[in-house]
Design a protein around this ligand. Structure first.
Ligand code: HEC
Length: 271
């Protein structure tokens, strides 16, 4: 009896340690209990070793006993397993969909909201410009009247600048959208996959040449990146993914980066 208690106690201690470790390693609760179960099963086997030997059996009786034990074990295992949580792929899929749906909706909603907000901001800018233009026109008119000089046509207004600014913004968006930042560092950000830093690319390449590099990555090779160039590390997919207008915007935006303090490798013309 003392022996049984001792073995049970050892089983509990080992089980406790296993549960503690499993918890620390963030195993789910079911697994923690499974480990405890294994420890207790082990204790059970050691306890059984001390049990008095059964009477020896022989012949048909022993066969029947063997089959009976086998059936008993099978029944226990199968019945026990049906109580455990079962894996159902449909249920898992449902769970994943549930997790992803709000995120997806939020990002879709966020996008439209952002677009609407941007359209509104642009509209306001245009209105402000109209007012400015009108006051400017009135001033000119007043001047013209007082000095007798002909009224000049209104000078080109910042409207053109605004459009250019928007174009640059489109370029920056393309940089994000096409995930160029995965491989290229720019303004100190990105470049995890180690392509060249591009902060000084505008000092080397014209907008046209940058467009060429984007549509055909083999057209230029960054000095010191011979291996990457040969392996075609920079993807040759942007021509299909992007509209010509987007490529131009991205190239124009990149062409404006002329930060000579950054060591952008010299591009070598290959085609
Ligand atoms: C999977 C990684 C990867 C992505 C994504 C990628 N590039 Fe590159 N890019 C490279 C590597 C590597 C090089 C250097 C080898 C070469 O010149 O082909 C390079 C070179 C360049 C160069 C020449 C740099 C120099 O100093 O000569 C430019 C410009 C450039 N990439 C622009 C872009 C733009 C714009 C995008 C997004 C539309 C982009 N890259 C996306 C890997 C990438």
């Amino acid at each position: 009896m003392g022996n049984i208690i001792k073995k049970l106690a050892i089983g509990l201690v080992i089980g406790g340690i296993l549960v503690g470790v499993a918890k620390a390693l963030e195993f789910p609760f079911v697994f923690q209990m499974l480990f405890l179960g294994f420890a207790m099963l082990g204790a059970g086997v050691f306890i059984l070793l001390d049990a008095p030997p059964l009477r020896t059996m022989s012949g048909a009786k022993s066969v029947v006993a063997l089959v009976a034990v086998y059936i008993l074990l099978c029944t226990v295992c199968i019945a026990g397993a049906t109580f455990l949580p079962q894996f159902d792929p449909e249920e898992e899929k449902g769970k994943i969909a549930k997790i992803l749906k709000p995120q997806f909706e939020a990002s879709e909603k966020g996008k439209t909201e952002e677009l609407i907000a941007r359209a509104k901001a642009l509209d306001e800018q245009v209105k402000a410009l109209e007012v400015k233009l009108m006051t400017l026109g009135a001033e000119q008119m007043a001047k013209g009247l007082s000095t007798g000089t002909p009224i000049p046509t209104p000078p080109p207004t910042p409207t053109t600048n605004m459009v250019a600014g928007d174009f640059m913004k489109l370029g920056e968006e393309q940089w994000q959208l096409m995930e160029c930042y995965n491989c290229h560092k720019l303004r100190g950000e990105g470049g995890k996959k180690r392509g060249p830093e591009l902060d000084n690319i505008g000092s080397f390449l014209t907008v046209e040449e940058i467009q060429q590099k984007i549509t055909d990555p083999k057209s230029f090779m960054a000095e010191g990146f011979e291996k990457e160039w040969e392996k075609g590390r920079m993807p040759d997919k942007f021509k299909e993914l992007m509209e010509p207008k987007d490529i131009l915007a991205l190239a124009s935006w990149l062409g404006s980066f002329k930060n000579t303090s950054v060591n952008t490798p010299r591009p070598i013309k290959k085609k």
